[in-house]
Design a protein around this ligand. Structure first.
Ligand code: PHB
Length: 399
């Protein structure tokens, strides 16, 4: 029997497991894929931006050593439009900064540390469903050998990603959804980034993002139509398009491609995020378009909130935080949904000319208005999510 059964070894599941384990509360992580796949497979676009508060969460959870050594602290981002670069300076707008550090590295660090400290992660264990009987709540899963087994848990946590199987286990839940008429074509290349900080470029031909994983490795994205295929985008076409959309404000330096992928953009919120002794975290409960770089940050916030609630239950027998989990989480979730929607509509070229007029007006306003710049910067560094007003999400929980 495990006290807490956690489904999915992504940032949310692993952080929760690690925090509980540190407090002596037994948690078992079940993960359908292999450790190697999780640590190395470039299967899907994963953002690489940690809010100020997320950096603090990882540091205080004892998971931040490599991030602090190898991650890149960024004190601003650029917006590019109308042929000019506009820099938003985070310290002067918010007093904070962000960290650029790939999600895959975060997951590697978490797996390594959790296992080294005696934590339990069962890889290649596919969860099939839940059962409840007089004996309690059971997670049913298939072992790597193909046997079907079940494990009794006090609580089950679904952190099984955007295609979550456990999402369907919340009767009567409402799914608030929005699909956008764009996708992102993402590349990872062995090439120096276009600038030392991220550039979000709005261009009549479409949005482009210039990001990085290190000073020699760039991570760039192009807005494309949802119907496009990877085969339509040979390397030369990608570099030419990136260069065109950067609009001459900086130089794109091509290099060998390490990876290429397509992701449609969508927003999704499930409400409630819990039912009885089942709780959802991260992408299983909510999805944001990547434009605001919020996905991993939201997942880490959920894990901290649920950790606090489980700790109160196991230490004081107090159930209030568990009962209020959805209500508390939805505060940061909707804030991030708002910001991700704002960034997506602000920066992507829409089909409709009227929408484009509104968007251009807002971009020009942003270039001139310290108030709008502060709105963007506060949301980007996460003052309203992990670094939430009036206090930090880990306040009184993570020393
Ligand atoms: C990334 O580096 O992969 C990245 C950065 C910022 C975003 C999305 C993705 O908004």
């Amino acid at each position: 029997m495990a006290k807490v059964g956690i489904v999915g070894a992504g940032p949310a599941g692993l952080l929760l497991a690690h925090l509980l384990h540190r407090e002596g509360i037994e948690a078992v992580v079940l993960e359908a894929r292999s450790r190697e796949y999780l640590e190395t497979s470039p299967h899907r676009i994963r953002a690489g931006v940690l809010e100020w508060g997320s950096k603090e969460i990882l540091r205080r959870a004892g998971l931040g050593q490599r991030m602090l050594e190898q991650g890149l602290e960024h004190r601003g981002v650029y917006l590019a439009f109308d042929g000019a670069l506009h820099r938003l300076d985070f310290p002067s707008l918010t007093g904070k900064s962000i960290w650029v550090y790939g999600q895959q590295f975060v997951v590697q660090d978490m797996i390594r540390l959790h296992l080294a400290q005696g934590g339990e992660i069962r890889f290649e264990h596919e969860v099939l469903g839940l059962e409840e009987d007089a004996g309690g709540l059971w997670v049913v899963y298939r072992t790597p050998e193909g046997a079907t087994e079940r494990m009794r848990c006090d609580f089950v946590v679904g952190a099984d990603g955007s295609h979550s199987r456990l999402r369907g286990q919340i009767p009567g839940a409402r799914l608030h959804q929005k699909n956008y008429p764009f996708a992102w074509l993402g590349i990872l290349a062995e090439a120096p980034p276009a600038a030392e900080e991220l550039i979000y470029a709005s261009h009549p031909r479409g949005f482009a993002l210039f990001s990085m994983r290190s000073p020699t490795r760039s991570r760039n994205y192009l807005q494309v139509g949802v119907e496009e295929r990877l085969e339509d985008w040979p390397e030369e076409r990608i570099w030419a398009e990136l260069s065109e959309r950067l609009g001459g404000v900086a130089e794109v330096r091509p290099g060998p491609l390490l990876e290429k992928s397509l992701t449609p953009l969508r927003s999704l919120v499930l409400e409630p995020m819990q039912h009885g002794r089942l709780f959802l975290m991260g992408d299983a409960a909510h999805v944001v378009p990547p434009t605001g770089a919020k996905g991993m940050n939201l997942a880490l916030c959920d894990a901290v909130l649920l950790y606090r609630a489980l700790l109160a239950y196991y230490r004081q027998g107090e159930e209030g935080h568990l009962l209020r989990y959805t209500q508390e989480a939805l505060r940061h979730v909707w804030q991030a949904e708002l910001f991700s929607y704002f960034m997506t509509t602000l920066l992507h070229t829409p089909v409709d000319a009227f929408d484009d007029g509104l968007r251009t007006a807002q971009l020009r306003h942003l270039a001139e208005s310290p108030h709008l710049q502060r709105f963007l910067a506060e949301n980007y560094v996460g003052l309203h999510t992990s670094g939430r007003y009036p206090g930090w999400v880990g306040e009184g929980v993570l020393a």
